[in-house]
Design a binder for this molecule. Structure first.
Ligand SMILES: CC(=O)N[C@H]1[C@@H](OP(=O)(O)OP(=O)(O)OC[C@H]2O[C@@H](n3ccc(=O)[nH]c3=O)[C@H](O)[C@@H]2O)O[C@H](CO)[C@@H](O)[C@@H]1O[C@H](C)C(=O)N[C@@H](C)C(=O)N[C@H](CCC(=O)O)C(=O)O
Length: 534
């Protein structure tokens, strides 16, 4: 909470308030003094405005926040800071609700610092771990948060999985929300006494200053390939955004993947003590010990902490590898699928170890790790059933490729469908991929939406070379049950159910019906156990 006097002082200090504006404001305040007027919250979203809040109204891509002024006034906004002058009608509406207005043309450039000040720099009161990278951000952040929680910490998250305490994540619009939302969320996490915040930092967030004025304890990089070229323009600009996070932001520890070219470059180029003249410890992790491309370091660089994984073994039970850290080796076995998940895990482990937790306790906490819901999620063991949200040909190929590395001696069964009212070209392509990697293919419905599910299935089947060998069942629940029956009589087989991941509904003809792939699997195995028990 701040008083109007404090807000005015901030604006004056930054030379954002003209004396004429101040005089006008005093007239509008009447008998009330700026010291007596309390402002409880600050937001740029009318849907979040509560009584006594400040509403930051800026031009967006789609609209201007003043387009939602009526709602903000209705919710009890007290002060509006806008980057454009109000129309006479808007002014009238504000006067009617006794809401004050200050117009500052350069507001966008100052909002980050204003938010940090308003919320008392919450990132300084928390330990914030920022994770960036093209792939692996979400899983790494989730593993990191789980490890910290298992170590007795109160952990909040900001990312694709949602915003909030780990056990109460609320879905948000963005991976990294805008700078006001970030500061506001962090203030909430301070209020609920969180110790750590693990946040995904997207390249948009770095470029658009959504993390400006944040104090990070740890920054980590998973790996950089190619993404969001529509926004960044070139691959070089995209990579530059990732590098910027490590070059321009202060953190006590910077964790990089030594298997990644950007990670290697950061370690080779940035002497940690050159960064803002402050001490920063670099941590490097590498899968299969591939860090030979790191140039020999001068003596003072011996502080580079290394975490390497060797002898990676992939089995239907998960990943197993030997971890080497601080001249010690350990064998770790984790129920996660995909070699890339071993890499994500190394990143998470580095972030946690960098934060001074005892190695033994961190390794013990590994037993708590579970996969992100709907992403390579093992929903049943012996026989193994995996649920994943892969719903494009490329994603399905990556999924099946990764799984086939785990199932060298076993057969792979895949069940999938394709969503309606979306890309139709992928339908036969997904069939081709499924046939190439799996020994048995089951085709069913996904979210048909407004399309005829039978027609979608026909378009998928058109991509199969041997359609007679595929099993087709339009009802997804029946299809899953039938696949499970076959799985149970096939020796050494693994079933992967693709397309819907953690979704808890199926959308048919504009209606959402409760549905969960994982729940259908669990229900079937529970029934089997009951039958055997009888
Ligand atoms: C292109 C882009 O960055 N758009 C972001 C931008 O939207 P916008 O400028 O169009 O906002 P707007 O809808 O015009 O609204 C303008 C203003 O009115 C306010 N408003 C809006 C509606 C309302 O009812 N009331 C209200 O007050 C808004 O809070 C905002 O202050 O501001 C919104 C609010 O902060 C963001 O949610 C939105 O992200 C959209 C959803 C988006 O898709 N962004 C992508 C490009 C993005 O940022 N992606 C990255 C990377 C994803 C990843 O790789 O994981 C991310 O971090 O999410």
């Amino acid at each position: 909470m701040k008083t109007l006097a404090q807000i005015l002082a901030f604006l004056q200090q930054r030379q954002l308030l003209e004396s004429q504006q101040l005089a006008q404001l005093m007239v509008e305040l009447g008998d009330l003094t700026p010291e007596a007027m309390c402002l409880h919250d600050l937001t740029n979203d009318s849907r979040q405005v509560t009584a006594g809040a400040i509403f930051i109204a800026l031009q967006g891509v789609q609209s201007h926040a003043l387009d939602y002024l009526t709602k903000a006034l209705h919710q009890g906004v007290r002060l509006i800071l806008s980057d454009r002058a109000l129309t006479p009608a808007e002014q009238q509406a504000c006067q009617a609700q006794k809401a004050l207005v200050i117009v500052i043309a350069s507001l966008a450039a100052h909002q980050a610092y204003l938010a940090a000040e308003f919320f008392d720099h919450p990132s300084r009161q928390l330990k914030v771990i920022g994770i960036t990278g093209t792939n692996g951000k979400t899983s790494t952040a989730f593993y990191c948060a789980q490890l910290l929680q298992a170590l007795g910490q109160r952990v909040a998250m900001i990312g694709t999985l949602g915003y909030g305490l780990l056990d109460d994540l609320q879905k948000g619009m963005n991976t990294t929300p805008d700078v006001l939302q970030v500061q506001r969320l962090l203030a909430r996490f301070v209020a609920v006494q969180a110790d750590f915040v693990v946040m995904e930092v997207s390249s948009h967030a770095i470029e658009l200053g959504r993390i400006a004025h944040l104090h990070f304890t740890t920054l980590a990089l998973t790996q950089v390939t190619s993404d969001h070229l529509d926004f960044h323009g070139t691959q070089q600009a995209y990579e530059a955004a990732k590098i910027k996070l490590f070059r321009d932001y202060v953190a006590e520890h910077k964790v990089v993947n030594l298997n990644d070219h950007i990670g290697q470059g950061l370690v080779n180029r940035c002497h940690p003590h050159c960064l803002h003249g402050q001490d920063c410890q670099f941590w490097g992790y590498a899968l299969q010990g591939h860090h030979s491309h790191i140039e020999p370091q001068p003596k003072e660089w011996l502080s580079l902490c290394l975490l390497s994984a060797y002898d990676l073994q992939l089995s239907p039970q998960g990943v197993r590898f030997t971890l080497r850290h601080a001249a010690q080796t350990f064998t770790l076995e984790v129920p996660l699928l995909g070699a890339f998940n071993a890499e994500n895990l190394l990143c998470a482990l580095s972030c946690v170890l960098a934060n001074h937790f005892a190695q033994d306790a961190v390794l013990a906490a590994m037993s708590q790790i579970r996969s992100v819901a709907g992403r390579m999620q093992i929903v049943h063991r012996q026989p193994t059933v995996v649920v994943d949200f892969a719903h494009t040909a490329d994603a399905l190929e990556k999924l099946l490729q990764a799984l086939s590395q785990h199932q060298q001696d076993s057969s792979l069964m895949v069940l999938f469908g394709c969503g309606g009212d979306r890309d139709q070209q992928k339908r036969p392509l997904m069939a081709q991929v499924a046939e190439r990697y799996a020994d048995k293919v089951f085709i069913t419905s996904d979210n048909p939406r407004y399309e005829d599910p039978q027609q979608i299935i026909e378009q998928i089947v058109a991509g199969l070379q041997k359609p007679a060998e595929a099993q087709i069942e339009i009802d997804r629940r029946s299809a899953i049950r039938s696949a499970l029956e076959q799985l149970s009589v096939t020796e050494n087989a693994v079933l992967v159910i693709a397309g819907k991941g953690h979704e808890d509904y199926q959308e048919i003809a504009a209606q959402r019906f409760p549905f969960s792939d994982a729940a259908v699997v669990q229900e079937w195995f529970a029934e089997q156990a009951e039958t055997i028990g009888k």
